[in-house]
Design a protein. Structure first.
Length: 227
């Protein structure tokens, strides 16, 4: 989901949180003519600029899929690179997009199997993944594209997190609303998202006791339907 400048939440094809640049890329859901808009959100602040293109059909090869991005005259503008979800173990729960090329610039995307939430606020990125032994794992990233990238299993990519909290819980799962709960040194972190394609919304809160210290809404996010 993506809240475009001056508009309400709308569905997006994917959200690419860059691991090698200080920006986020969001591709709008394709129209019937496969027209899309590729938004670039600058970090911090998420100031947005958009470019129009046509999304071509996927060209699979050895489980790597490239979707061409072309202009109105058919000229090549770039591509979207994704993994076949079937090769990701123990399974991809969110779009397995690993990089995007636009012009001469290649953006590498943060991706991990078993992602439940990947959201960006004007100040940070937040990722929640499910683990077999440590519950839900919370990671936040504060403008860290200057840090070295980390290769993850099954074609994933990451950077060093600013904060990592393990043993999180699913506090609420009601309809399309999911709330994840983490505790760390007397603080509570809550991440909430809607998976309703017609009603987006989400963000992160930090509390101490019952007092809300901070609330940051997402400007864009991807969330797994599976909690």
């Amino acid at each position: 989901m993506f809240a475009a400048p001056g508009s309400r939440w709308s569905a997006a094809a994917f959200v690419c949180d860059a691991t090698n640049r200080d920006h986020v890329l969001v591709l709008s859901a394709p129209t019937n003519g496969r027209r899309v808009r590729l938004w670039a959100l600058a970090k911090p602040g998420l100031a947005a600029t958009g470019n129009d293109a046509t999304l071509g059909r996927g060209d699979p090869g050895m489980n790597q899929i490239y979707y061409p991005l072309t202009g109105g005259g058919g000229e090549q503008l770039g591509w979207v690179h994704a993994l076949n979800p079937a090769i990701v173990e123990p399974g991809a729960t969110t779009p397995a997009v690993t990089s995007v090329k636009w012009g001469q610039q290649i953006t590498n995307c943060r991706f991990a199997p078993q992602t439940r939430v990947l959201g960006v606020t004007p100040r940070r990125s937040v990722q929640i993944t499910a683990t077999p032994t440590r519950g839900y794992l919370y990671r936040s990233y504060n403008d860290d594209a200057r840090l070295a990238e980390i290769e993850q299993p099954w074609g994933g990519r990451d950077t060093h997190a600013s904060l990592t909290i393990a043993n999180g819980q699913l506090l609420e799962h009601r309809g399309a609303r999911n709330v994840y709960h983490f505790t760390n040194n007397g603080y509570t972190y809550r991440v909430f998202v809607s998976t309703d394609p017609l009603r987006g919304g989400g963000g992160v809160q930090v509390l101490r006791g019952d007092r809300v210290l901070m609330t940051e809404p997402f400007g864009a996010y991807t969330a797994a339907v599976q909690p």
